[in-house]
Design a protein around this ligand. Structure first.
Ligand SMILES: [Zn+2]
Length: 688
């Protein structure tokens, strides 16, 4: 529309020309700042309500009135290998620890994603179309839930009997005739069955079988959605790309499969004497006694009596697992799994088993998996907090890059990354559906630190350049801000926003406060939120306090916008012993001014400056805090007085931590594009 733009164009013309408005017209301020910098964190209504209720507060720690639901599951599942179908009978005890009486229960039925008509978000293609999650019986506190009720009640309308609406969607609402009172528990029983989808898909986490010989069930049982202090029921549909937001609770799971099929999963196996051979039990008992890999079931040991125990009657075995305080449960089974075990040594805890289950023909994909996973568990335990679970299992199959509590569907390719997910979302349970970056982005950052540790490098060198590189992306219309719901990030930017951008942000943060300070603050935050559900605001406010800085401007520009700094050295003049450097920022995001000064090798002694660190005989690093920009100017003059030694070169942002479009204008004297390409390869440029 052109019409409404006209007054705005007129206003801009007035400001540029500096024409004094005629008497009687609305006046504009004498002089608007060239760049107004927002310095606080945007607060939404949900956060405002949480602060008012005291469930969260601006310390970033759980509030004095913090609460979260607890859901305990007992599941008996039977796998029909011929039909690739699981049939389950499940009891969920819902502990309503909220201050609200609940008039609904929201159930997540993710297998309905494989019904042809369910909504999907990009980028994803379903592996196979199935008949979805078939619920055959549902009771609440012993009372039947109507599975085929009439019209769904609206607003304050009530139902005369508990009724399920949307059983063919990935998110289903059970309307209750009697609410679950605050502090009460409710018992939900569900009978269900569904086909496990195979087919090619595009390697998605829910491609769950290879023919009828290997199954990796995930998101496989009806689960109760999160009800929290921010948004009430998390009733959003499961759309494919974004992951989960789950309650913590206890899982007691029995899995009934053909004898000879090994089952692995979340939790600890409760009945090894019923399902394992004496030989396998003996090997397992010894596995933690050495640093080498122990084969529990070898490639030649197949079928009942070899791979597993022989059942006392019939041709099936029931594997029983229990896990306390986890937010999901996953498992796998195959006709011919090889099972190997090694140990990781967790500080303050001791040896924890790492199990690997893979097909005999794919042993090459697991040759390094044990070593990588052991390093991950030990390194991340030191970086954040000790690995809290009693075991970790790697499961082979079509999904080869996915995480669940104590389980990673991964070979060596993604072992470091997937193991890292045991910290988030498995222990620090971020809402990864909305804020995928608090899951995948934090993970990518720690993977950089882990890789540096393996390579024997200081990690800060690997974090250099990252922050600056965002300048090349910033400004793309298709990029959503990180505080946008990740499901709607779009196919072009889902991966960037969810995975890649967080390490770039943390590279810049390290460029301001130091990388070790970032990691210390993040560790304190993680420990404060173990087994809880922090929001992005809790993280931002916690980091502010832990870093003893008001970083409102930093969080605003990185998380709520797609702006960059785009700094440059505009002008340099020298008079006597003084050099005046004019630094300009063309972007909306401010940053500290960091200048590396290179001196001639000889001349007058280099005098010390208050805000400069002399790095060696010919270089000094000058820093001005970000406050330099808060007055609204786009230029800042840094006065250097090092006592008359000739300055031969100046570099703005020498560690390349601040988003920038053009590295070429960060150096003085200016160099042309070809020279900058070769300069950027030199030691000391964007590199320590
Ligand atoms: Zn991940």
């Amino acid at each position: 529309m052109i019409g409404p733009l006209r007054p705005a164009v007129g206003l801009i013309a007035t400001l540029i020309c500096g024409v004094t408005p005629a008497r009687g017209q609305t006046t504009t301020p004498e002089r608007l700042p060239e760049r107004a910098i927002r310095r606080n964190i945007p607060i939404t209504n949900a956060i405002r309500r949480a602060y008012a209720a005291g469930t969260r507060d601006s310390t970033g720690r759980p509030g004095r009135n913090y609460w979260q639901l607890r859901t305990d599951y007992t599941i008996h599942a039977v796998l029909d290998v011929g039909a690739s179908r699981i049939t389950g009978r499940e009891t969920i005890v819902i502990h309503n620890t909220s201050p609200d009486s609940l008039r609904n229960i929201v159930l997540r039925l993710d297998p309905n994603l494989f019904l042809g008509f369910t909504p999907h978000a990009a980028p994803w293609v379903p592996a196979e179309l199935t008949d979805g999650m078939v619920v055959t019986r549902l009771t609440l506190n012993g009372r039947s839930v109507n599975l085929a009720p009439g019209r769904e009640p609206r607003g304050a309308e009530t139902v005369s009997e508990p009724s399920a609406f949307g059983l063919r969607l990935t998110s289903t609402r059970i309307a209750l005739s009697q609410p679950i009172q605050a502090g009460a528990t409710a018992r939900l029983e569900v009978d269900w069955n569904h086909k496990l989808p195979g087919g090619p898909g595009n390697g998605h986490r829910m491609t769950q079988r290879w023919a009828d010989t290997l199954y990796q069930p995930t998101q496989w049982y009806p689960r109760v959605a999160v009800y929290d202090d921010l948004r009430g029921w998390d009733a959003d549909l499961y759309l494919g790309p974004s992951e989960f937001y789950n309650n913590f609770g206890r899982f007691d799971v029995r899995i009934d499969v053909p004898a000879g099929w090994i089952v692995s999963g979340t939790g600890e196996l409760q009945n090894p004497e019923e399902v394992l051979t004496p030989r396998a039990r003996e090997r397992l008992a010894k596995a933690l006694g050495s640093d080498s890999i122990t084969t529990i079931v070898g490639p030649d040991e197949t079928g009942p009596g070899q791979a597993t125990a022989t059942p006392a009657t019939g041709d099936r075995l029931v594997w029983h697992f229990v896990a306390d305080s986890v937010n999901d449960f996953a498992w796998a089974t195959a006709r011919k799994y090889v099972w190997q075990t090694l140990r990781a040594t967790i500080p303050g805890k001791g040896a924890v088993p790492i199990h690997m289950l893979f097909l005999p023909g794919r042993a090459n994909l697991y040759a390094n998996a044990g070593r990588i996973t052991r390093h991950a568990l030990e390194f991340y335990s030191k970086l954040w907090f000790p690995y809290p679970f009693p075991q970790l299992t790697l499961q082979d199959g079509p999904s080869a890059g996915m995480e669940y509590p104590m389980v990673i569907n991964s070979n060596q390719g993604a072992a470091d990354h997937e193991a890292a997910h045991q910290w988030w979302p498995m222990t620090v349970s971020n809402n990864e559906t909305w804020y995928g970056w608090m899951d995948e982005g934090f993970n990518q950052y720690m993977n950089i630190l882990s890789a540096a540790d393996v390579g024997g490098r200081a990690a800060d060198r690997d974090l250099d350049r990252l922050g600056q590189s965002y300048g090349l992306t910033s400004g793309n219309e298709a990029e959503p801000p990180m505080m946008w719901n990740a499901n709607y990030g779009g196919s072009q930017f889902y991966g960037f926003t969810t995975y890649t951008k967080t390490p770039l942000m943390l590279s810049m943060l390290g460029g301001i406060v130091g990388d070790s300070a970032v990691q210390r603050a993040h560790r304190e935050w993680a420990i404060a939120w173990m087994y809880k559900h922090p929001s992005p605001w809790d993280w931002m406010f916690f980091m502010n306090r832990a870093l003893k800085q008001d970083l409102g401007w930093f969080w605003y520009y990185w998380l709520f916008t797609t702006e960059s700094v785009d700094g440059s050295i505009e002008q340099v003049t020298t008079r006597g012993t003084k050099t005046v450097v004019t630094v300009r920022q063309d972007g909306q995001m401010p940053s500290p001014v960091v200048l590396r000064v290179t001196f001639a090798p000889t001349g007058p002694a280099i005098r010390r400056m208050r805000n400069a660190v002399v790095q060696d005989s010919v270089t000094a690093l000058v820093t001005h805090p970000v406050d330099a920009w808060f007055s609204g100017s786009r230029t800042f003059t840094a006065e250097l007085d090092f006592g008359g030694r000739m300055i031969t070169q100046l570099w703005l942002d020498p560690y390349c931590r601040f988003p920038d479009r053009n590295l070429g204008d960060n150096v003085w004297p200016r160099v042309d594009a070809r020279q900058i390409a070769s300069l950027a390869l030199q030691p000391g440029v964007c590199r320590r």
